[in-house]
Ligand binder design. Sequence first.
Ligand SMILES: Cc1cc2nc3c(=O)[nH]c(=O)nc-3n(C[C@H](O)[C@H](O)[C@H](O)COP(=O)(O)OP(=O)(O)OC[C@H]3O[C@@H](n4cnc5c(N)ncnc54)[C@H](O)[C@@H]3O)c2cc1C
Ligand code: FES
Length: 275
Amino acid sequence: MDNENVYLPKLAKIINIKDEVNGARPIKTFRAQLLTETNFSHRCGQCAMVSVFGKGESMFAISSSPLVKDYLQFSIMKMGRVTSSLHSMKEDDIIGIRGPLGNSFPIEDWKGKKLIFIGGGIGLAPIWSVLQFALGQKKDYGDLILIYGARTSKDLVFKEELEELRKEMTVHLSVDVEEEGWKEFVGFVPQNVTDKKPSPKNAIAITCGPPIMIKFVIQALGDLGFKDDQIYTTVENKMKCGIGICGRCNIGMHYVCKDGPVYSWAELKELPQEY
Ligand SMILES: Cc1cc2nc3c(=O)[nH]c(=O)nc-3n(C[C@H](O)[C@H](O)[C@H](O)COP(=O)(O)OP(=O)(O)OC[C@H]3O[C@@H](n4cnc5c(N)ncnc54)[C@H](O)[C@@H]3O)c2cc1C
Ligand code: FES
């Protein structure tokens, strides 16, 4: 970060807002353009603190690919103070952005490998930047597979983009319970992983979603023969400073905001079991 005051956000204008999911747990995707900075560059999996002036700031995954330079994208579920304020904002409104923060997926090390993206609900947002990056550099990677699910079809994010994605990679969708007109898998995401049986040969699996889903996805991948260092996920501990100062997010001596949020399962198993 090049600001002298590390807590000072960069100003950004919201240029587009898209309703992804309505109902009890609404999700909106925001695209924002920085007002002054022209050389903002992030890596896949990095996050940023997004602030609403007078309300506060929260950490979100940057869901746009690093290859996209025109805007930064965040997909945000309405939870409390900051996210509700964001959900009530309009295009042209000004927000603050601090970042990019944290580490990233080691996508350069994965060249030549098959990538299996496994997401649940809003958990597709942190995966989306790395998935889009891999698609943009398709010749560098093996097969690309997405296994993604939500409670109902209405809770799936990026619905239109998912249909477009089918032209370029394998997409397996699921909903938790039977619903009229649904032709794909019915059941939880880990069950869909077991059903589709992706091979661990020369593969990396990247999974994000609710902690309970991640736990059972890792179990399912282990049963299929995936080794701990073939599985990557993100940890979303509560955060305040985002830069390794306040101690809010730590697991033992480890600051998730600075050293994470991306970990291999092999790395996570070495940390104290507090997350
Ligand atoms: C690294 C990281 C990446 C994230 N990426 C995304 C993303 O891409 N999209 C997205 O929608 N959300 C993401 N989150 C979660 C997001 O930061 C929280 O939902 C947000 O901070 C809630 O702020 P709020 O002021 O609206 O809610 P608050 O008023 O602070 O809280 C509302 C409720 O949410 C709970 N809550 C708040 N933060 C968290 C958290 N981190 N984990 C569990 N429960 C929490 C509170 O305990 C409370 O019950 C991410 C979090 C982290 C740490
Ligand atoms: S959020 Fe302050 S140390 Fe991580």
